[in-house]
Every structure is written in C-alpha cells, then in structure tokens.
Write a protein that binds this ligand. Structure first.
Ligand code: ADP
Length: 154
C-alpha cells in the first residue's frame, strides 16, 4: 500500500509525463508563405496552428485559424500577403521543450488561452543570441488523447 490517496497518484503520474512522450510532428511554413497557402496547408495537414520558421528551421512566429480569418476581413489580396505580416511574432511566442512536464505545458495552454505550443530546442547563434529550432508540436488534442489513455487505466 502506497499510503497515497488516488488523486495524489494521478497527479504524480501526470507530472512525471514529459512533452517528449506525447508531442506531434510540427507543421511549419516559411515567413514568405502567403496567407492563401497557409490556409491550404492547414486543410491538407489537418492542424489549427502553423509554426512560421526562417532559414535553418528557427522559430519566427505562430499563425492560428483566427489570425487567418482576421486577414480575410481586411480585403487584402491573400495570395500576395505573406504570413509574416499577420502572425504572432517572437519574442511573443510561448513554447515548450521536450523535457518540460506535460502538466506544466498544459498549464501554459490554459493560462495563455492558446491551442498549441511549438516544442523547441535552443541553438546558440553565431552572433551569440539564442535561436529556437522547432522539433515538435504540443496541442490541446495531445492533452485530450493523453486524458483518454490515462482513463483507460492501462
Ligand atoms: P484560434 O485562432 O484558432 O482560436 P489560438 O487560440 O491558439 O487559435 O490563437 C489565438 C491567438 O494567439 C492568435 O493570434 C495566435 O497567433 C496566438 N497564438 C497561438 N499560439 C500561440 C503561442 N504558442 N504563443 C503565442 N501566441 C500564440
């Protein structure tokens, strides 16, 4: 007998799981990608969030469904408008890393009211600054899937 209440066992289990255990493949586009192509990519890849990267796969921004919808209200030519103009840009992008606990990453999703976080790896740049290579995606769907799996009790 562990001497723990069931909810403590559940909490311990959830806090021991890492982002690395449940992350998905990231869907990325270039900053020069048009809003039109971003919409097409969302449909083809069946995701709600795209990560925008510069050369070398370094994180530049995030683009969500609402960002794209908003641009359609402006009456601009979405075939010509680059996503770089409408995305949420670094340093305002929230991210996670493979060794962060799932609990802590889920806390970020809830408190900041976003649907997904890029999973990144820090890479030192030649000029001494930090770059963040996108290595995965953690979305509310990953958390929901985990919830279902934990509920199965295996
Ligand atoms: P949706 O637009 O589908 O509701 P979100 O709620 O995730 O999707 O996005 C809301 C806003 O937050 C958008 O402007 C988006 O660019 C921004 N956003 C999404 N994910 C992040 C993130 N990881 N870090 C910072 N901002 C984000």
């Amino acid at each position: 007998h562990s001497g723990k209440f069931p909810h403590q066992i559940v909490a311990k289990k959830i806090q021991s799981l890492l982002v690395a255990d449940i992350k998905s493949v990231p869907i990325v586009v270039s900053e020069k990608c048009s809003v039109y192509d971003a919409v097409v990519t969302m449909f083809i890849e069946d995701v709600g969030t795209l990560f925008v990267v510069k050369e070398g796969g370094l994180l530049e921004g995030v683009i969500s469904r609402k960002d794209l919808l908003k641009t359609t209200l402006g009456g601009q030519d979405i075939q010509k408008l680059p996503v770089g103009v409408v995305m949420t840009r670094m340093p305002n992008v929230l991210f996670t890393h493979t060794e962060e606990s799932v609990w802590s990453a889920a806390w970020k999703l809830i408190t900041h009211e976003v649907d997904a976080l890029p999973v990144v790896r820090k890479v030192a740049q030649p000029d001494g600054s930090d770059g963040y290579e996108v290595v995965g995606r953690l979305s509310k769907t990953n958390i929901t899937r985990l919830f279902v799996e934990l509920g199965e009790g295996n």
